[in-house]
Unconditional design. Sequence first.
Length: 229
Amino acid sequence: MRRAAILTLFALLIAESGIGQTDAGSTSNNQQQETTTQNPTAPSTAIAPISPGAEVHATLDTPLSTRTSRPGDRFTASITDPVSASDGTVVIPYGSRMEGEVAEAEEGKTAAAFRGKGKLNLRFRDIVLPNGQTLPVNATLISVNDTGRNLKKAIAEEPESKGITRNTDRNAGMSAAGPVFGGPLKGLAIGTLAGGGFVLSTKGKEVNLPAQTGMVIRLDQAVSSNASR
């Protein structure tokens, strides 16, 4: 009988231990469910896109020329004006940059009157946002423009003359003026190229685009980015 009593006591201890583990497991599961409910992951929401036809203003970070630039060379241009979607949301903020490359020459596609002139083909690839996000683009070069201190002085004196426009930084409540875009650079003509454009010299065999040359670029397809709101 003593042996039977010991076995009975041992069985009771095992049963109690199993019940304790079950209760602990239930409590842990309940805590995990509560944590998940209280801290849901915010879904990623697509911001309204920028419509095709929107213009981007940018300035070259490094010079380009027919003398030194070769097909395949990469270049960047700093975007001087935020670009917003139709709902007013800034999709391309100040501080973004346009990335592109020098393209191969297209033989036989230049008008006869311009043969023998310098020609620089450019293609645009991506826009890189300040947070590192890359947005592929299909864009066309519209014009290359002068910028500089002389234009800042001119706009202060004659803000309505000579087609001079002021680009302002509208991000973060800043009111400082950005680069001032003057008229197109003289002696150059702009032509279309798939995904970019070409700059043609109308007066000689060289095309020279100094650093800080202004570029007006038209977006030919909608551009959008994803972000959590």
